[in-house]
Design a protein around this ligand. Structure first.
Ligand SMILES: [Zn+2]
Length: 64
């Protein structure tokens, strides 16, 4: 599996604009026609991010 540069996966806090930290990844059910579907996993990865400045939390689907 290829590694992606860390900078590519950073998420910006929607509340204050700080760079958020990725703190959890979860495999979720997805169908092959959904964005982010990973054939090797037969599902998709949802990322949870938290903001070190204001404490906001956000999640997003990882899209390769
Ligand atoms: Zn924030």
């Amino acid at each position: 599996m290829r590694r992606h540069p860390v900078s590519k996966s950073k998420m910006i806090c929607p509340a204050c604009g700080a760079q958020m930290n990725l703190h959890a990844e979860k495999l979720v059910d997805a169908s092959p026609n959904e964005p982010g579907y990973n054939l090797a996993l037969d599902g998709a990865i949802d990322e949870s991010h938290s903001c070190p400045r204001c404490g906001a939390a956000a999640s997003r689907r990882r899209v390769a």
